[in-house]
Design a protein around this ligand. Structure first.
Ligand code: GRF
Length: 196
Protein backbone atom coordinates (compact mmCIF):
# COMPACT_ATOMS: atom_id res chain seq x y z
CA UNK A 1 0.00 0.00 0.00
CA UNK A 2 1.28 3.46 -0.93
CA UNK A 3 2.28 5.47 2.13
CA UNK A 4 0.68 8.91 2.36
CA UNK A 5 3.02 11.71 3.37
CA UNK A 6 1.51 13.54 6.31
CA UNK A 7 2.46 16.58 8.38
CA UNK A 8 1.21 17.06 11.93
CA UNK A 9 0.74 20.62 13.21
CA UNK A 10 0.68 21.15 16.96
CA UNK A 11 0.85 23.95 19.52
CA UNK A 12 1.20 22.14 22.83
CA UNK A 13 0.88 18.77 24.56
CA UNK A 14 0.54 16.80 21.34
CA UNK A 15 -1.24 13.73 22.69
CA UNK A 16 -3.19 13.28 19.44
CA UNK A 17 0.07 13.58 17.54
CA UNK A 18 1.47 10.89 19.80
CA UNK A 19 -1.33 8.46 19.01
CA UNK A 20 -0.80 9.03 15.27
CA UNK A 21 2.95 8.40 15.63
CA UNK A 22 2.28 5.24 17.69
CA UNK A 23 -0.24 3.96 15.12
CA UNK A 24 2.29 4.54 12.37
CA UNK A 25 5.05 2.80 14.32
CA UNK A 26 2.87 -0.24 14.97
CA UNK A 27 2.19 -0.54 11.24
CA UNK A 28 -1.53 0.26 11.58
CA UNK A 29 -1.35 3.52 9.64
CA UNK A 30 0.17 3.41 6.14
CA UNK A 31 1.65 6.88 6.42
CA UNK A 32 5.01 8.56 6.38
CA UNK A 33 5.12 11.34 8.97
CA UNK A 34 7.41 13.71 7.12
CA UNK A 35 7.30 16.49 9.67
CA UNK A 36 5.83 17.87 12.86
CA UNK A 37 5.49 21.64 12.92
CA UNK A 38 4.66 23.91 15.84
CA UNK A 39 4.03 27.63 16.15
CA UNK A 40 5.29 27.34 19.72
CA UNK A 41 8.89 26.37 20.38
CA UNK A 42 7.98 25.07 23.85
CA UNK A 43 5.28 22.67 22.62
CA UNK A 44 5.71 19.47 24.64
CA UNK A 45 4.88 17.31 21.64
CA UNK A 46 8.04 18.36 19.81
CA UNK A 47 10.17 16.18 22.10
CA UNK A 48 8.16 13.06 21.35
CA UNK A 49 8.41 13.71 17.61
CA UNK A 50 12.18 14.16 17.85
CA UNK A 51 12.52 11.00 19.94
CA UNK A 52 10.78 9.19 17.07
CA UNK A 53 13.22 10.61 14.51
CA UNK A 54 10.63 12.85 12.89
CA UNK A 55 11.85 16.15 11.51
CA UNK A 56 10.44 19.07 13.50
CA UNK A 57 9.95 22.72 12.57
CA UNK A 58 9.06 25.74 14.67
CA UNK A 59 7.51 28.74 12.93
CA UNK A 60 6.71 31.32 15.60
CA UNK A 61 3.65 33.36 14.61
CA UNK A 62 4.96 36.27 16.69
CA UNK A 63 7.76 36.75 14.15
CA UNK A 64 5.21 37.92 11.59
CA UNK A 65 3.69 40.80 13.55
CA UNK A 66 5.38 43.55 11.56
CA UNK A 67 4.10 42.26 8.22
CA UNK A 68 1.15 43.72 6.32
CA UNK A 69 -0.89 40.53 6.50
CA UNK A 70 0.65 38.57 9.39
CA UNK A 71 -1.71 35.59 9.24
CA UNK A 72 -1.13 34.98 5.56
CA UNK A 73 2.62 35.61 5.79
CA UNK A 74 2.83 33.02 8.56
CA UNK A 75 0.80 30.57 6.48
CA UNK A 76 3.03 31.19 3.46
CA UNK A 77 6.06 30.25 5.51
CA UNK A 78 4.39 27.02 6.62
CA UNK A 79 3.23 26.36 3.05
CA UNK A 80 6.81 26.60 1.81
CA UNK A 81 7.89 23.86 4.21
CA UNK A 82 4.92 21.62 3.39
CA UNK A 83 5.49 21.93 -0.36
CA UNK A 84 9.22 21.34 0.00
CA UNK A 85 8.53 18.10 1.89
CA UNK A 86 5.85 16.91 -0.58
CA UNK A 87 3.17 16.73 2.10
CA UNK A 88 -0.11 15.18 0.93
CA UNK A 89 -2.23 15.50 4.09
CA UNK A 90 -2.02 18.06 6.92
CA UNK A 91 -3.26 16.87 10.31
CA UNK A 92 -4.03 19.64 12.79
CA UNK A 93 -3.68 18.26 16.30
CA UNK A 94 -4.25 20.98 18.86
CA UNK A 95 -2.83 23.61 16.48
CA UNK A 96 -4.09 26.82 18.03
CA UNK A 97 -3.88 29.11 14.98
CA UNK A 98 -6.65 30.06 12.62
CA UNK A 99 -5.53 29.43 9.05
CA UNK A 100 -5.96 32.08 6.37
CA UNK A 101 -8.49 31.78 3.57
CA UNK A 102 -5.55 31.62 1.12
CA UNK A 103 -4.01 28.61 2.88
CA UNK A 104 -7.27 26.73 3.34
CA UNK A 105 -8.18 27.20 -0.35
CA UNK A 106 -4.72 26.11 -1.48
CA UNK A 107 -4.90 22.93 0.60
CA UNK A 108 -8.60 22.24 0.09
CA UNK A 109 -9.57 18.68 1.14
CA UNK A 110 -6.04 18.12 2.39
CA UNK A 111 -6.31 19.58 5.90
CA UNK A 112 -8.03 17.69 8.70
CA UNK A 113 -8.67 18.67 12.32
CA UNK A 114 -9.86 17.10 15.55
CA UNK A 115 -12.35 19.00 17.69
CA UNK A 116 -13.61 17.99 21.16
CA UNK A 117 -17.36 18.13 20.48
CA UNK A 118 -19.95 16.38 18.38
CA UNK A 119 -19.99 19.02 15.63
CA UNK A 120 -21.87 21.11 14.70
CA UNK A 121 -22.54 21.44 18.46
CA UNK A 122 -20.11 23.45 20.59
CA UNK A 123 -17.76 25.00 18.10
CA UNK A 124 -14.98 27.22 19.44
CA UNK A 125 -12.04 27.20 21.79
CA UNK A 126 -13.82 26.00 24.96
CA UNK A 127 -15.97 23.24 23.49
CA UNK A 128 -15.77 20.97 26.55
CA UNK A 129 -16.46 23.79 29.04
CA UNK A 130 -19.38 24.98 26.93
CA UNK A 131 -20.91 21.49 26.86
CA UNK A 132 -20.70 21.23 30.68
CA UNK A 133 -22.14 24.73 31.14
CA UNK A 134 -25.01 23.95 28.78
CA UNK A 135 -25.81 20.87 30.93
CA UNK A 136 -25.94 18.82 27.73
CA UNK A 137 -26.59 15.07 28.05
CA UNK A 138 -23.76 14.24 25.68
CA UNK A 139 -21.02 15.74 23.58
CA UNK A 140 -18.17 13.97 21.80
CA UNK A 141 -15.40 14.55 19.31
CA UNK A 142 -15.15 15.01 15.57
CA UNK A 143 -12.53 14.68 12.86
CA UNK A 144 -13.36 16.93 9.93
CA UNK A 145 -11.89 18.54 6.84
CA UNK A 146 -10.96 22.17 7.39
CA UNK A 147 -12.71 24.85 5.38
CA UNK A 148 -12.66 28.64 5.72
CA UNK A 149 -14.96 28.69 8.74
CA UNK A 150 -13.96 27.65 12.24
CA UNK A 151 -14.77 24.05 13.26
CA UNK A 152 -16.68 23.56 10.06
CA UNK A 153 -16.10 21.45 6.93
CA UNK A 154 -17.16 17.91 5.96
CA UNK A 155 -17.11 15.40 8.81
CA UNK A 156 -14.93 12.31 8.43
CA UNK A 157 -15.68 10.57 11.75
CA UNK A 158 -17.30 11.48 15.04
CA UNK A 159 -18.26 9.73 18.24
CA UNK A 160 -20.54 10.63 21.14
CA UNK A 161 -19.44 10.77 24.78
CA UNK A 162 -22.06 10.91 27.56
CA UNK A 163 -21.83 13.71 30.10
CA UNK A 164 -22.22 12.36 33.63
CA UNK A 165 -24.00 14.30 36.41
CA UNK A 166 -20.79 14.79 38.36
CA UNK A 167 -18.59 15.60 35.35
CA UNK A 168 -16.36 18.64 35.52
CA UNK A 169 -14.71 20.12 32.46
CA UNK A 170 -11.54 18.23 33.41
CA UNK A 171 -13.10 14.77 33.91
CA UNK A 172 -15.10 15.11 30.71
CA UNK A 173 -12.12 16.38 28.68
CA UNK A 174 -10.12 13.36 29.82
CA UNK A 175 -12.78 10.89 28.63
CA UNK A 176 -13.20 12.74 25.33
CA UNK A 177 -9.44 12.76 24.75
CA UNK A 178 -9.28 8.96 24.96
CA UNK A 179 -11.88 8.75 22.18
CA UNK A 180 -10.09 11.50 20.20
CA UNK A 181 -6.94 9.39 20.08
CA UNK A 182 -8.93 6.49 18.65
CA UNK A 183 -11.03 8.33 16.06
CA UNK A 184 -8.18 10.49 14.76
CA UNK A 185 -6.22 7.37 13.86
CA UNK A 186 -9.34 5.75 12.36
CA UNK A 187 -10.11 8.86 10.29
CA UNK A 188 -6.58 8.92 8.84
CA UNK A 189 -6.83 5.20 8.10
CA UNK A 190 -10.12 5.81 6.30
CA UNK A 191 -8.51 8.49 4.11
CA UNK A 192 -5.53 6.26 3.38
CA UNK A 193 -7.80 3.44 2.24
CA UNK A 194 -9.70 5.84 0.01
CA UNK A 195 -6.48 7.07 -1.63
CA UNK A 196 -5.13 3.58 -2.31
C1 GRF B 1 -7.66 18.26 21.76
O1 GRF B 1 -8.68 18.26 22.69
C2 GRF B 1 -8.20 18.58 20.38
O2 GRF B 1 -9.49 18.12 20.18
C3 GRF B 1 -8.21 20.08 20.37
O3 GRF B 1 -7.05 20.45 21.08
C4 GRF B 1 -6.69 19.41 21.99
C5 GRF B 1 -5.27 19.04 21.67
O4 GRF B 1 -4.73 18.11 22.58
N1 GRF B 1 -8.24 20.59 19.02
P1 GRF B 1 -3.36 17.42 22.27
O5 GRF B 1 -2.33 18.54 22.05
O6 GRF B 1 -3.51 16.56 21.05
O7 GRF B 1 -3.01 16.63 23.49
Amino acid sequence: MKKIKIAILISGRGSNMRSIIDAKNSGYLPVEIVLVLSNNKDALGLEYAKANDIETFVVDHRDFKSKLNPREEFDKEIDKILVEKNVELICLAGFMRLLSFWFVKKWENKIINIHPSFLPDFKGADAVGDAVKAKAKSTGCTVHFVDEEMDSGPIILQERVDILDNDTKETLAKRILEIEHKIYVEAIKKLCLKTN
